[in-house]
Design a protein around this ligand. Structure first.
Ligand code: ADP
Ligand code: MG
Length: 696
């Protein structure tokens, strides 16, 4: 057995490596700079770069890269080798502080929503010293942010770091009000649970839809799906178990705290949950996790599907973003405390999140909007597109009592000591769960469950951090001027609960009744990405992001453009793929089977006049009906795609892709799926759902 303790983080230039390899003063100064968010000067950078290079070379690295996260949703790297020529024609291995701090990838092809055209043709990458460098594929990877020369964010990390600063700044004001003067920093922590599918590579390669789109565009469910619930937490198949073991080890080497691996609800679906960590590191680690899932799968003849809805008829894949707030002194601000004053800050933070989620439902919705995720939301497998919040029976009862100003001793199962004023003593951890809720309190953190499996967690955390920072700001502005703090805090919590309780919902989020009830409460139901994205551009939202220096209006508009463009491009590719599949594979398969049946009829006819052709006639008529319909619909689809592609406005275009192109694609699917059930297995051109989901 391998020594996991030794393995863990062995490819990471982490704190203990730095402590060992950096001069003491440099190490101390570096740590202080990181914790205070200060700049790192040239000398310090040179010393660190040199130690990093030595260490990386010992780990087998020959190259280095500024590892960054452009708005494609995945990571980017451009490798430079360490070599540098000497005068006598040899080489030395070099890596300077300057190269560590700043890079200039010629990255003009990354999406910028037109940003770089208006500023500079190229952007630069800047070291994020709060996320450790690591060695992957013989390359020293330096986590970096990616900006334009005008300073505009071109990536996912920059706004995330800014939002962490914003919430830190406002949360510090709150904790100071409670006399926690030793706190120097408030950080947000995240643990993202990642779902994925594994399919056999050979079968994958036979399906153009999986190959080009990452999801199946046609396909019927086999007789057995997930209805028996026998896959969820079931015994893991040997090939998959080996994959998981290796994945864990690869992740551990990179310091990723992979903790739990289990089977998920759908056949061939699995989940990996890491132990939570600081948000920007969690985001980096989640990117690494997705990358390594794909790479490791390939070693076992498998393909890892990260798409949100690879198969119709079984659950899709999501990502649960577990989020909390911690002080650098180790106090989780979303954990009910042992005494009334700890509970006051807990309830205040809870109220702040409640207000933030209610006021900015739309931002949460837009943060997870993508063509892939649209297929999941609102089905019986993922939260609805309506954002609501679940606190559990006990906390809800406490908040209701507070709202009424009651000094209740018992609310349900909870005993409360009414210490100062009306602030209860919460004895019991609240861990009730409502799996249908999009935003659920789970004991000491909030779990936001609307994220899609394929995208970065950055956008969502930018939103949560910024909107909660904004409420903290409002609270701190009020409380810092208070004459009677105890009474004003209670009043503030009470007022917040009263004004925002419409966002609380404990019932079945999947039900029809909730849709109606939510509409009555004025909660937003933004069903598709084109419905959701324009929200970003509202003047209130731009003001919110500018107020906290997270994104300016240019950056926001660019992000909205990119989201819509990605949406249209995704559906465009899917439509072209489907057209090809129908024209070249599906209709020909139907025709072949038709011809076989016709030949059968002809040869039977020769045998006798008495033969009845009721079977052949029925099947032939269904087949010809299918191919006629498929032909018609595919011609419709071609013109819809043309029309959408020739439309100018970004939003109009996305809407056409949604309303027309996607709509026709769904109809094609229905016909093709009917054909799949009639055409002989011998002629059907693709591995079926049964093959893909059950034959690993
Ligand atoms: P479940 O599947 O029931 O939601 P898991 O145990 O699989 O629960 O996942 C819970 C996730 O929440 C883990 O990634 C865990 O590390 C994370 N988590 C726990 N505490 C915190 C916290 N204080 N802040 C952020 N994430 C947390
Ligand atoms: Mg979960």
């Amino acid at each position: 057995m391998k020594n996991i303790q030794e393995l863990f983080g062995s490819y990471v230039f982490n704190d203990s490596v730095m402590k060992q390899r950096l001069p003491k003063e440099t190490y101390e100064a570096f740590k202080n700079s990181v914790s205070d968010g200060k700049n790192i000067d040239g000398d310090m950078a040179d010393t660190i770069a040199s130690a990093m290079k030595e260490w990386a070379i010992e780990k087998g690295a020959t190259h280095y890269t500024h590892w960054f996260q452009p708005m494609t949703g995945i990571t980017a790297e451009k490798h430079d080798s360490f070599i540098s020529p000497t005068e006598d024609g040899r080489i030395i291995m070099e890596f300077s502080g300057k190269e560590l701090i700043k890079g200039e990838p010629d990255a003009s092809s990354f999406p910028s929503g037109g940003l770089r055209a208006t500023f500079e043709a190229r952007g630069y990458t800047a070291w994020d010293p709060s996320s450790y460098a690591f060695v992957k594929d013989d390359t020293l990877c330096i986590p970096t942010a990616f900006c334009s020369y005008g300073g505009e964010a071109l990536d996912q990390k920059t706004p995330l770091l800014r939002s962490m600063d914003a919430i830190n700044k406002q949360a510090l004001r709150i904790v100071k009000l409670f006399g926690m003067d030793d706190v120097k920093r408030v950080i947000t922590t995240v643990g993202p649970e990642q779902e994925y599918f594994l399919v056999d590579r050979e079968m994958f390669n036979k399906r153009p839809d999986l190959l080009f789109c990452g999801r199946t565009l046609v396909g019927t469910m086999p007789p057995k799906g997930q209805e028996m619930n026998d896959h969820y937490f079931g015994v893991i198949k040997p090939r998959v178990a080996k994959f998981m073991r290796e994945l864990d080890e690869e992740l551990w080497k990179l310091g990723v705290l992979a903790k739990t691996e289990h089977n998920e609800a759908a056949p061939a679906q699995h989940e990996l949950a890491p132990i939570f960590t600081t948000t920007n590191i969690a985001a980096d680690h989640n990117q690494l996790t997705m990358e390594l899932m794909k790479k490791t799968a390939a070693k076992y003849g498998l393909v890892c599907l990260l798409h949100e809805k690879p198969f119709d008829g079984v659950n899709g894949s999501g990502k649960h973003n577990n989020w909390s707030l911690s002080t650098d002194t180790g106090i989780n601000l979303l954990k009910p405390g042992k005494n009334p004053s700890e509970n006051t800050i807990f309830l205040l933070c809870l109220a702040a999140v409640m207000k933030a989620v209610d006021e900015h439902q739309e931002l949460l919705r837009v943060s997870i909007a993508s063509a892939g995720n649209d297929h999941r939301l609102g089905e019986d497998e993922a939260p609805p597109a309506i954002v609501s919040m679940y606190l559990g029976e006990e906390l809800t009862a406490i908040l209701e009592a507070l709202e009424r100003g009651e000094h209740h001793k018992d609310v349900g199962k909870i005993s409360m000591t009414v210490g100062t004023k009306t602030i209860p003593y919460i004895r019991k951890d609240n861990t009730d769960r409502n799996r249908t809720s999009p935003f659920a309190f789970t004991g000491n953190k909030f779990e936001f469950r609307m994220l899609g499996s394929a995208s970065s967690i950055s956008d969502t955390n930018v939103m949560i951090n910024t909107m909660v920072a904004d409420v903290f700001k409002e609270f701190a502005d009020f409380l810092e001027n208070s004459k009677d703090f105890d009474s004003d805090v209670t009043k503030l919590i009470r007022k917040t609960v009263k004004e925002h309780k419409r966002i609380l919902f404990d019932g079945d989020g999947y039900s029809k009744e909730w849709q109606e009830e939510a509409a009555k409460r004025g909660l937003k139901n933004l069903r598709s990405t084109p419905d959701a994205v324009p929200v970003l551009r509202s003047s209130e939202n731009i003001a919110l992001f500018e107020r906290h220096k997270v994104l300016n209006s240019t950056e926001i508009n660019c992000r909205a453009d990119i989201a819509l463009e990605n949406y249209s491009k995704t559906i465009h590719i899917e439509a072209l793929t489907l057209i090809q599949m129908v024209d070249r594979d599906i209709i020909p398969a139907i025709t072949e089977y038709t011809s076989e049946l016709c030949n059968l009829v002809l040869s039977k006819e020769k045998l006798s006049d008495e033969i009845n052709f009721s079977y052949e006639t029925a099947v032939l008529s269904r087949l010809s009906n299918c191919s006629d319909k498929l032909y018609e619909l595919t011609e419709d689809l071609k013109s819809a795609v043309c029309k959408a592609q020739n439309t100018n406005g970004i939003l109009e275009k996305a809407k056409l892709y949604h309303d027309k192109v996607l709509f026709i694609m769904n109809n094609i699917r229905l016909v093709s799926d009917e054909a799949e059930t009639i055409v002989s297995r011998k002629y059907w051109p693709y591995p079926t759902y049964g093959d893909l989901l059950f034959k690993i």
